[in-house]
Every structure is written in C-alpha cells, then in structure tokens.
Design a binder for this molecule. Structure first.
Ligand code: ARG
Length: 461
C-alpha cells in the first residue's frame, strides 16, 4: 500500500498489485525530458497569465531544470515505484521546494500533459528516423554510383525477366525510403499541434493562454477542441503505420539480400561483420541481420494493429486504455531505428559480385523481349514478333536439352534465326547484347544510364 497524490475522493490506499498493474513508469520514463520541458513552459504560461507570481515561476523553473540535470547525470534515479513520469517529476519537485511545487499542476491535467509529452517525444523521434532514412539514401546513392555498369538480371515472379543494372535496382529502394521520409514530414505537421491547456477534457476557468504556451514549445498551432486534444491518438497510429511501411520496405530488401547472398545466386557477399556462422556446419555464413530485420517486421505490424485495436470503440475522452499505446510505439521506434542502422552499415560494407551477376544475366534468355523488338524495327508487328521470339527460345531450350549445346540468344547461329524469320540479319547480335538492351531503355525511369543520373539527382534533392 502507498499514499497517492490523488488521494481525496478515495483513501488513496491502493493494493500493491494494483499499483504495479497501474504503473507506466517503466515505459514513460523515457519521456522525462519532454515532461519537464512541458512543465517549464507551463509555469512560464501561468506566470505570463498572472496565475502564479514571477518569483514563483523562477523558483519552480530552477528546480525543474535541476531535476532534469540530475536525471541526465544519473544523480536522480527515476523510481520504479512511481505511478508514471508525470507523478514522479511532480513528487520530486514538491519534495525539493515544498508547497510551491504543488502549484505546478494548476490549470493542467495529466490527460493533456501525457498528450503533450507524447507529441513532443514523437516530434523528436520523427526527426531522428528521418535522419537515418537520409543516411540510408546517401549510402544507396553511393552504391548506385559505383554500379552504373553492373549488369544483372531483373526479376518478375522471381524469374529472370530483363537486364537491368544494380544501380537501377538499388535506386528503387532509394525511392521507397524517400517516400518514407515524405510521409514522416507530412505526419510532423499533424503531430506539431499543442494539446496542452485542454486539461481533463473541458478546458479551464483560469485565464490561461494556450497559444502562448504552444509557442514556447515550438508548436505550429493548438488543438481546437479540448475533448479531441486529450482523446486523439491518431498521430500515434499514423506513426506506427509509417514505421510499418518502413519495416515493410526493409523486409523486402532483407529478403533479397538473403536470396542474393545464397550460394545459388552469389550476387552479393556481406562483410563478416554482419554475418554469423553455424554452431555445427563449418561452411556456413548466414545473413542473420537481414533475417532478423525481416522477422522484426512482424512485431512492428503487430504494434500497429495493437494500437488500432486499443482505440477501437474507445469512448471520449481520456481512458486508461490509452496508456498502453506508448509501450507499443516505443517498440516500433526502437525496432525500426535499429534496423535502419544495421542495414545502412550492412549495405555500405557489402561486396557486389559484378562478374557473377553479368554471367548469370547471360543465361535465361533475358533479352528475348529485345529479340522481338528487333523484328519490330524491321517492320514485323509486335504480337507476331513476340511469337517468333518465343518459338526461338523454345527451340534453343530444346536444343540445349538434347545435346551439348548451350545456346543463348547471343550464340544461336544466324542460319537458325533465318529459319524463323527472313528479317533477321547480322546486326541482330549487337541489338540483343545485354549492355545495349540496358542502354537503349531510355524511356523515363527505365534502365538506361541517363535515367540513373536523373534518379540520383532526384534522391539528392
Ligand atoms: N500514465 C497515464 C498515461 O500514460 C497518464 C495519464 C493519466 N491520466 C489519468 N486520468 N489517469 O496515459
């Protein structure tokens, strides 16, 4: 049993197991800085509005700054026994400066306080995730730059489709991460609205100045409806969703890293720093980091669904259910930040097996589209050309089965081609050379080197 600050209506004597169940200190302790910064702005507003004296503001503010420093330096330990971070700070303040500390919570409720802390905290984390995304894009640009001429097979249905460059491939992920950044910038606008001053739900009779307090905390605007101010967790849902999309992008890249580092592909070799061995099989070099990032996507999606489910059907205004959101969003933030850090370093240190990619691109008839396109340049309608090219591929596959032949479209003799169409000529071989098929794809966004320049420029913006 312990005494409570909110003792009054009840004896405040709660059971120990209820206290433990009720407490969120081990989750919300990480918002101590935001909580104290919010309180400092709050006393400034109270004094500005003449609700407390200037001298009182000064004393409370100095004590709050001291508490912040003491927590930062480890001099003050955040107690596990506290109900939450808001109560903890207020308790310490009152212990240190006596009755004056009790004035801090004038014209404030924990309902608007927690909404404020959460917004301040998310604001910071949005910037920090965007920083990591930016770094990731820089690394991708560098890899792309070094692999402008690295020919590889592009896949659809995980079947070899057409020749591309590794630059083109990796820049596709650059585009995804850029959109992720844009989504977070957009979200920032909705996070950066101040709920403080809504109090429990209905506002206050004190002559407060919400706009003044919001400005002190660098908010763009204030929540217009006090009930909405304390009930809205859309920004948490959106953040969890934006993070889920980042995790989804990472998981797709992770899957490809896993495939491309396998012996069957051998396109990419990860540095030893980011791989693990097996406890029994001496030959193994596993892509555990990529697998973990892929796996952790599950918990990130889970957190999003979890938060949405907590809010489903929740009546207005504040309900304690909402306390549950922080553990989940913090976990999503931590997970995706760790994943981004690991992936950026892993990509920056991997080796691209250029020869192997080129060699693998030479098999699988990935220039068959270009074979058809060749006939089109000679006046054959595309559908007919497509059919002829298909028959040629099928013929070559048959030949390769029955004999020691290892025909590719590049090695099939011209006489054979001529049996399928009189339009084939010597210039065909140059036309279907993989490098040429890539360089010729000049349509906007396509595989050609000019487009690579354009995409890099776009990402650098
Ligand atoms: N720990 C609470 C939370 O995270 C703070 C708000 C409590 N408000 C209340 N009326 N009990 O949601």
């Amino acid at each position: 049993m312990s005494k409570k600050m909110w003792e009054g209506r009840t004896s405040g004597k709660t059971s120990k197991i209820a206290d433990e169940f009720n407490s969120s200190i081990n989750v919300d302790r990480r918002m101590y800085r935001e909580d104290i910064e919010g309180s400092i702005a709050h006393v400034a507003m109270l004094s500005h509005c003449k609700i407390i004296k200037k001298s009182e503001e000064k004393k409370i503010k100095a004590a709050l700054i001291k508490i912040l420093n003491d927590i930062d330096t480890g001099k003050l330990k955040i107690s596990d026994d506290a109900e939450d971070i808001h109560m903890f700070v207020e308790e310490v303040l009152t212990k240190r400066i006596g009755d004056l500390g009790k004035k801090l919570h004038t014209a404030r409720s924990r309902n608007d306080q927690v909404a404020l802390d959460a917004r301040l905290y998310m604001r910071k984390e949005i910037i920090s995730i965007n920083f990591l995304l930016d770094k990731m894009i820089d690394t991708i640009i560098k890899i792309a730059d070094e692999n402008r001429d690295t020919i590889m097979p592009g896949f659809t249905h995980l079947q070899k489709a057409q020749a591309i460059t590794f630059a083109h491939y990796i820049l596709a992920y650059g585009m995804m991460f850029k959109r992720d950044m844009e989504r977070l910038y957009d979200l920032y606008n909705r996070v950066n609205v101040s709920p403080i001053g809504a109090l429990a739900l209905a506002g206050t009779t004190y002559k407060t100045d919400r706009v003044y307090e919001a400005k002190l905390l660098n908010f763009d605007s204030v929540c217009e409806n006090s009930i909405d101010a304390v009930s809205d967790r859309d920004f948490i849902v959106e953040f969890a969703s934006d993070i889920s999309i980042i995790a989804m992008h990472l998981s797709r890249l992770a899957e490809e890293i896993i495939i491309y580092t396998s012996g069957e592909f051998d396109y990419i070799v990860l540095s030893d720093e980011f791989t693990t061995g097996s406890s029994i099989m001496p030959q193994k070099k596993n892509s555990d980091m990529a697998e973990l990032v892929r796996g952790k996507t599950g918990r990130v999606y889970g957190n999003l669904i979890n938060i949405l489910t907590i809010l489903k059907g929740l009546p207005l205004a504040y309900n304690k259910d909402m306390q549950e959101d922080k553990e989940l969003i913090f976990d999503s933030i931590d997970t995706v930040k760790n994943s981004l850090v690991i992936f950026e370093s892993m990509l920056a240190t991997m080796t691209i097996n250029k020869e192997r990619m080129r060699e693998d691109a030479a098999t699988g008839f990935i220039n068959a589209t270009d074979l058809a396109d060749y006939l089109v340049t000679k006046g054959v309608p595309f559908r007919d050309a497509y059919k002829i090219a298909g028959h040629i591929v099928s013929f070559a596959l048959e030949e390769n089965k029955d004999s020691k032949n290892n025909y590719t479209l590049e090695t099939l003799p011209l006489e054979t081609y001529k049996k399928f169409s009189k339009k084939f000529d010597e210039d065909l071989y140059d036309f279907i050379k993989l490098e040429n098929t890539v360089y010729r794809r000049t349509s906007l966004g396509g595989a050609s080197p000019k487009n690579i320049d354009r995409q890099i420029k776009y990402l650098k913006k």
